[in-house]
Design a protein around this ligand. Sequence first.
Ligand SMILES: [Ca+2]
Ligand SMILES: [Ca+2]
Length: 80
Amino acid sequence: MYKELTAAAFLIALTLPVAASATNLVDVDADGMISAEEFAATYPDAATDAFEQVDLNGDGGLSAEEIAAAREVGVLPEAS
Ligand SMILES: [Ca+2]
Ligand SMILES: [Ca+2]
């Protein structure tokens, strides 16, 4: 039991804060994706097509993977 709880806590710690801590983006509604509105809250001056550039699969939300990829190619600034 203890082991399972620890594993679950580790997984949560591993997955949940990834997007926010790596990019300063905040998943306001905690649905696991960064919406266009959430993106604009962090990058109000971003080009209008920046969100679409980062949203590689076009599902209207940014996953941690898409955000990481965007940072790699310099679409998003590095976390401070
Ligand atoms: Ca969200
Ligand atoms: Ca997406």
